[in-house]
Write a protein that binds this ligand. Structure first.
Ligand SMILES: Nc1ncnc2c1ncn2[C@@H]1O[C@H](COP(=O)(O)OP(=O)(O)OP(=O)(O)O)[C@@H](O)[C@H]1O
Ligand SMILES: [Mg+2]
Length: 244
């Protein structure tokens, strides 16, 4: 289980998160919505251990299973089963997507010896699920990828790396309707088949037509202010965040 209790964090001496609470079971899909600047990406960065974000660990808690995540470096958090996809994935010139995935995979599971040919097949499968062709394997990570292709490449990473919990920051932004279906299907698949717990950050109801969230949280001014279901999402869509 992933537990976040009373998370207080900030950047550059400015407190942005004033108390975030989450409890996600394996296989559950939780959605976080909230206005621009309410702290959603700051939440993602704080949970992954971005060194720029300072967390007040007194009275706060972030655990995956028995692991106290606050004591771990970002790469150790990844090894403990945490995956993060970024709102704005960066280009890594000179590193092929295949080499990137192979390195990540070996680093997460050093004991798993997979021959390169088998690994390539797995990469092809993951790319196929999100509608990307083989050529993406040989291109530099995200270099020249369109906005939607970057988002789909993030999901392909998640499919391949099989995390216990995945935090997806606006994975649906910029996706056309067909890509949206593929991505939503892939998220549902990992939640159901691999029991990956999902924290999905979004601004839009439309991805929620293609997957069923267990809970929806409203993050307002750095606080999880309300938790509900699709009824709450429809209320926000109609009346805006003032209704929360
Ligand atoms: N390096 C920084 N220095 C100062 N303020 C920052 C810094 N990084 C983020 N902030 C501020 O923190 C607040 C929260 O930003 P954050 O990116 O977490 O919002 P968000 O909820 O993800 O918004 P969006 O929906 O637009 O993606 C914003 O007001 C932002 O300007
Ligand atoms: Mg954001």
């Amino acid at each position: 289980m992933l537990i976040v209790k009373n998370l207080v964090a900030g950047i550059e001496g400015k407190e942005i998160l004033h108390g975030v609470d989450l409890a996600i079971k394996p296989g559950e899909i939780h959605v976080v919505m909230g206005p621009n600047g309410s702290g959603k990406t700051s939440l993602v960065m704080s949970l992954m251990g971005h060194p720029g974000y300072k967390v007040k660990i007194q009275n706060s808690k972030f655990k995956i299973g028995a692991n106290d995540m606050f004591t771990l470096l970002p790469e150790e958090r990844a090894r403990a089963g945490l995956f993060v996809s970024f709102q704005n994935p960066v280009e890594i010139t000179g590193v092929s997507f295949l080499a990137f995935l192979r390195t990540a995979s070996k680093s997460l599971r050093p004991d798993e010896k997979i021959p390169l040919s088998t690994f390539k097949e797995k990469v092809l499968d993951a790319l196929g699920i999100v509608g990307l062709d083989e050529s993406f394997m040989h291109r530099s990570v995200n270099e020249g990828f369109s906005g939607g292709e970057r988002k789909r490449a993030e999901v392909a990473q998640m499919l391949l790396l099989r995390p216990k919990f995945a935090i997806l920051d606006e994975i649906d932004s910029g996706l056309d309707v067909d890509s949206l279906k593929l991505v939503a299907g892939a998220i549902e698949h990992v939640a159901e088949e691999q029991k990956t717990g999902i924290l999905l950050i979004t601004h839009y109801q439309r991805i929620l037509h293609f997957l069923k969230p267990n809970k929806v949280h409203m993050l307002i001014d750095g606080k999880t202010k309300k938790t509900g279901g699709m009824k709450l999402v429809r209320l926000i869509e109609k009346e805006g965040y003032a209704a929360v």
